[in-house]
Design a protein around this ligand. Sequence first.
Ligand SMILES: Cc1ncc(C[n+]2csc(CCOP(=O)(O)OP(=O)(O)O)c2C)c(N)n1
Ligand code: SF4
Length: 293
Amino acid sequence: MGAELPVVFDPKDYKSDLKPIWCPGCGDFGVLQAMYRALASVGRPPHEIAFVSGIGCSSRIPGYTTAYGFNSVHGRALPIAQGIKIANPDLLVLVAGGDGDGFSIGGGHLPHAIRRNLDLTYIVMDNQIYGLTKGQLSPTSPLHLKTVTSPHGAMEAPVNPLLYVLAYGAPFVAQGTPADMAGLAQIIEDAIRYPGFAFVNVQSPCVTFGQDDWQVKQHRAAMKTLESLGHNSTDLLSAMDKARSYGSELYTGILYKNPNPAPTYDAMVRERQQALTTGSPSPARILDGFLQK
Ligand SMILES: Cc1ncc(C[n+]2csc(CCOP(=O)(O)OP(=O)(O)O)c2C)c(N)n1
Ligand code: SF4
């Protein structure tokens, strides 16, 4: 008998029959393409992948893949994904959604997912606006931005997602843009391969309600790859320094990658389950104990 040939996947193996209904030119199209490429490079079959999202334009993304998908509840993608990973740690679990979903209504879940350090990849399509509900302010909208809910300009300073997740101890933090598809696919692949909580902030422009001067064309001109700057992604303080420029600089690549990954929560749960069941009496013996007079 000959040796079994390794299964090689193609990006189109992850593409579902559902046609995306995003507005033409939406940045999320590029994120989806980068995702297909990353998944093909990682090479896990679609039936071994669970893709969870919240609610929003960006949260439609799981439906456009052949992986198991759950387009869940606004702001609740992370708790659901954590439950799935703990129940079935063998699954590759991906989480995606918008900046509103992740940093506003779902913002309270993020620190806890980070401190538990489950082996998840969380991709936020950060368009600095609420797209699905037609252009309200989001937590990452820049100060003074005029929207339907801020006709005279936003009065709140934006959340800085990169600094926020670094401060909470995320072991893998990166940023990308669909303006650099190859770079984004590589970032997503690296995030998936990282054994722990990996966060990817994707600057994904909303062509319909987003800022006219912050679209893919402007990203292409503004982006600076961290690699070309000689950034050391194992240096947390340097990563925080770069993260401080969120909103004024577009750094792409891996900001931080902890070189000594900590044990993941899912691995610890599995270990504890094994420890508690090894050498324990069988259920039949336990039942016998109750039945004895
Ligand atoms: C509990 C709940 N509150 C509010 C909404 C309404 N809602 C749906 S999507 C959304 C925000 C969408 O913005 P974002 O998460 O940034 O995603 P985008 O559409 O921009 O990709 C809101 C407020 C909802 N569906 N459920
Ligand atoms: S409203 Fe914005 S985020 Fe939603 S599909 Fe259209 S361009 Fe994309």
